[in-house]
Every structure is written in C-alpha cells, then in structure tokens.
Ligand binder design. Structure first.
Ligand code: FAD
Ligand code: NAI
Length: 473
C-alpha cells in the first residue's frame, strides 16, 4: 500500500497548488484527480474547473470576442478600415482548447518537477489506520498522514430547467458552443452570465439576461453596479430583474422559456441557446465524508476554521468546497496556507484583501468594503472618485468609460475599499490589494509616483480626491 505524508484530493487550483507547496516543503505528496473533462489520451486533466471549464477558457473567448468587437465597431474611429470581417467559431474554440491543454499539461510538468505523485482516480475516505487516513483512489487504497480536500464545486442547476449542454447549458456547454446563437437567454445576471453573455453578444447574439433578484450585482459597490448596468444596456444586453423561472420546452434546435416577470405575469421567451448561471455548489460527491464524520454544513460546504482545519485531525479543506468566495486565487492562497501549516509554519490568508474581478468590457474589479457595508457597520469614511474620461491614456486607448473609487477611513485615512470599473481594472486592482494588505492610507497612494501616461494615474487621482486635492479633475 502506498503511503504519503500529504494526500490532496482534487487537482484544481486549490489542490494542485497545495500539492506543489507541500512537496516544496519536503513532504512525500500525492494528488488524486478524478476529473470528467475529456482528454484525448484518456489521462486525468489537472487544473480543475479553473483551467478546464472556468477562468482560462472563458478569458480566452473573452479576448477573441473583444478583438472581434473592436474590429467591427471601434477600429473605424481610429482610421482603420476592415473589410470582410468574420468570426470562425470552431477556430476560436480550437485556440481556446489549445491554451487549456498547454496549461493542464504544464501542471503535470510542475508535478514532475516537484516530485508530486499524480494518482488518477476518485478519492474517497475509508477510515483511520493508526495515525494515518485510509483513502481509496480508484481501485487502490493509500495511506496519508494529512489529507487536504480540494474537491471544488459544480454548477447549480434549477429543477425546472434541466441542463443538456446542447440547448440548455451550464458553464461546460456555454464554453463549447460551435456557432453564434441568434437568441441567447441567460438565467442569472452574475459573473458567469455577464462574462459568457459578453462573449456571445460581441459575436452577434441578442442576449437577454433573466435575474431572480430585483437588483443588479448586489455584491458590488452600488455606484459600480449602476454604471455597469447602464453601460451593458447600451451595449445591447436586455435585462429583466425579479423573474421566476417556471420551466422550458426544448424543441428541435431551440427552447421556449416560461417565467414570471417582476409583476408576476406569465411570460415566454424563445431562445436558440440558454445558459444557466445561477451559482455553484460545493462538491463532496462520493467523498465518504459521512462515513468518517467529516462535518459538512447545510450549504454543502466542508466546515473549516480560519486556517482551513476541518473537525477531523489532520484533515484540511480548501477552495470552493469551503466557505468564502469561489475564486481560483482564494483557493490557491488557502492551498499554500495549509501546506505551510502542516509544516508548522504560520501560513495565513487575509480574507479582507481578496480581489474580485469581472472580465467584461469595461472590466470590473474591487477589493475591500463597499460604501453600503461601511454604512451598515457605522464606519465614517471619505470617498475619492475619478472618471477614466479625465485620463489621457484612457482616451488614447478609446476607453473613457468608468471610474476608480477609493474609500478611506475618515479618522485614520486607512484605505477600506477600492472599486474600479474601466479598462484593465483586473490589473489596476493589484495596487489596491497591496495597499489594503499593508494597511496603507490614501495619502500613501497619493504620494507614490505613478508613471505617465498610464491608467494607474486614475488610482493616484482617486487617492488625491479622498483629500479633495485631485489635480486633473
Ligand atoms: P476546482 O477547480 O473545482 O477543482 C476541483 C477538482 O477536484 C476537479 O478537478 C475535480 O474533478 C476534482 N475532484 C472532485 N472530487 C474529487 C474526488 N473525490 N476525488 C478526486 N478528484 C476530485 N475564478 C477566478 O478567480 N477568476 C476567474 O476568472 C474565474 N472564472 C470562472 C469562470 C467560470 C465559467 C467558472 C465556472 C468559474 C470561474 N472561476 C473563476 C472560479 C474558479 O474556477 C474556482 O473558484 C476554482 O476553480 C476553485 O478551485 P478548487 O481547486 O477549489 O476547485
Ligand atoms: P453568481 O453567484 O455570480 O451569480 C448567480 C446569479 O444568478 C445571481 O445574480 C443570482 O441572484 C441569480 N439567480 C440565482 N437563482 C436564480 C434563478 N432561479 N433564476 C434567475 N436568477 C437566479 O454565480 P455564477 O455566475 O453562476 O458564477 C458562479 C461563481 O463562479 C461566481 O460566484 C464566482 O465565484 C465564480 N466565477 C468567478 C469569475 C471571476 O472571478 N471573474 C467568473 C465566473 C465565475
């Protein structure tokens, strides 16, 4: 029977990073992966949701579709004439698949380099043997002193809207469409709905998004959500809020969706394709959690403390399968923390400084608290808000939409939150994350020299604006 110091169950961002870090710390480490993503060679594909059916393929399609939209609608403003522009969807999909293969194979290479043993197969707790855990992996049973559960999440489905990943798709099918659907209906105006909706809208789909809640992007700062709704509506998205999905009839190559609108009136909508993006659920299928008494809460999450310890000795859990935002970078940070804590080090995750990014155009990114959260907490604050319209680089790039909003404590000036909607927000937010992590004040950012002309100057101006001394607005 093979025996390891550390066995990681699941090879997504939480799992593969935990395995690499554990091996770096000289533990004899294995990672088991049972993923269902088809591999031409029939081997397990590492990288989990993120690499196979999440972050990476969606960003590849967002990039291609953004270039297409720029060529179709923005090049002319800059004197570039394009004739015979066309999108070759299978070629776009092939490029995406190539990137996914390159990265998933890359993780296998990293496993080899770091001497992590890859065990193909589904991991299931069997019980204890002395101080170790017995885990079945496929047909084999292995022993491990420490087990890190990183089994991730899967798409939540609605009982009255069965997903076939042909007409009615979750994230898996939405990333595999082989032609641009004329009418695309998206259920759920969250992150996936907006990103996948952007891909297909840019390529020519009429996109309608049906959202259950009365509000748009409730987790974002209200100013950002308002600006985003206005910009996305101008781009051609049709939104309906406060809807209740009643069902769908799939007929031939399309579907008719039945739902109640905000007033409770029955409505129908024809769709060539439907994407269901109503959140994700933690994945503990066949893990044997019950058998060994691993605590799982009513939301299906494995219960952990701030350091990702479960209720069982030497069993840890990280990533989407535990509390907190379902984000790849959060999963990776937790993976590193756990490996370091197993080694007796002080691994730590600052859950107050985890950035969020939505890769629409313009992009949306934030870190820290929103105004609404601070009001609810009774914290006094000051706000600096600067539009990209006041920035020379943004104008040169043809990207004047959006703003940077910095929120700082009224008493200490410590930065409490930064909210961006605008070009390259995904990269700009890194400065704000550093600021929050190190407890910086808005005055610190105001005193830092930012290169000219760059979009980062808008962050600088927002910091100056907190103290009512913006120079360029
Ligand atoms: P997962 O990536 O889900 O990996 C879990 C792995 O465990 C899977 O490979 C699974 O096959 C395996 N597994 C499960 N059970 C077992 C078992 N019993 N035995 C063996 N193996 C098992 N996040 C971002 O930060 N940025 C983004 O841009 C972003 N875009 C996204 C786009 C989409 C369309 C989706 C769906 C998600 C996106 N996410 C994004 C979220 C991100 O993918 C997840 O937060 C991240 O993958 C979670 O990592 P994880 O390791 O916890 O789980
Ligand atoms: P989400 O939680 O972002 O959005 C789901 C939306 O569906 C919400 O607005 C919710 O109110 C709505 N909804 C729920 N039930 C509904 C119903 N019955 N009818 C209509 N609307 C309904 O979830 P999403 O978009 O599925 O993404 C899942 C997770 O994946 C995200 O929360 C995020 O953690 C991760 N992700 C991250 C990305 C990023 O970092 N850029 C990109 C994509 C996904």
């Amino acid at each position: 029977m093979q025996s390891f110091d550390v066995l990681v169950i699941g090879g997504g961002p939480g799992g593969y990073v935990a395995a690499i870090r554990a091996a770096q710390l000289d533990f004899k480490t294995a990672c088991c992966e049972s993923n269902p993503y088809a591999d031409p060679k029939g081997e397990p594909r590492l990288g989990g949701t993120c690499l196979n059916v999440g972050c990476i393929p969606s960003k590849a399609l967002l990039h291609t579709s953004h270039l297409y939209e720029e060529a179709a609608h923005a090049f002319a403003d800059q004197g570039i004439r394009v004739q015979g522009l066309a999108i070759d969807v299978p070629a776009m999909m092939q490029r995406k698949a190539g990137i996914v293969t390159q990265l998933t194979q890359g993780i296998k290479g990293l496993f080899r380099k770091n001497k992590v043993t890859l065990l193909p197969g589904h991991g299931q707790f069997l019980g204890r043997e002395g101080e170790s855990w017995q885990v079945r992996v496929g047909e084999e049973t292995v022993l491990a002193k420490h087990v890190i559960v990183a089994t991730g999440s899967k798409a939540r489905h609605l009982p009255n809207l069965p997903v076939d990943n042909r007409i009615v798709c979750d994230n898996v099918g939405a990333l595999e469409l082989q032609a641009v659907p004329k009418r695309l209906v998206i259920v759920g105006a969250g992150v996936i709905g907006l990103e996948m909706g952007s891909v297909w809208r840019r390529l020519g789909s009429e996109v309608t998004i049906l959202e259950a809640l009365p509000d748009f992007l409730a987790a974002a700062d209200a100013d950002v959500a308002k600006e985003a709704l206005s910009l996305f509506t101008k781009q051609g998205f049709k939104f309906q809020f406060g809807v209740t999905i009643e069902g769908a009839e799939v007929k031939g190559d399309g579907a008719i969706l039945r739902y109640r609108d905000q007033e409770g009136k029955e409505q129908t909508l024809k769709a060539d394709r439907v994407i269901v993006s109503v959140g994700r659920v933690p994945n503990t299928d066949g893990l044997g959690a019950e058998g060994v008494g691993l605590q799982v809460n009513e939301r299906g999450q494995i219960v952990v403390d701030d350091h990702c310890c479960t209720n069982l000795p030497n069993v840890w859990a990280v990533g989407d399968v535990v509390r907190g935002p379902m984000l790849a970078h959060k999963a990776m940070e937790e993976g590193v923390m756990v490996a370091e804590r197993i080694a007796g080090q002080a691994g730590h995750v600052n859950y107050d400084a985890i950035p969020w990014v939505i890769y629409t155009a313009p992009e949306i990114a934030w870190v820290g608290k929103t105004e609404a959260q601070l009001k609810a907490e009774g914290v006094e604050y000051r706000v600096g808000k600067i539009p990209f319209l006041a920035n020379g680089r943004a104008l040169g790039m043809g990207a004047p939409q959006g703003f940077v909003k910095m929120i700082a404590c009224a008493k200490t000036d410590r930065i409490l939150g930064v909210h961006i909607i605008g070009a390259n927000a995904s990269e700009l937010i890194a400065e704000a994350v550093v600021a929050l992590e190190f407890g910086a004040a808005s005055e610190d950012i105001a005193r830092i020299c930012h290169a000219h002309p760059t979009l980062s100057e808008v962050m600088h101006e927002a910091a100056l604006a907190v103290d009512r001394r913006a120079l360029h607005f």
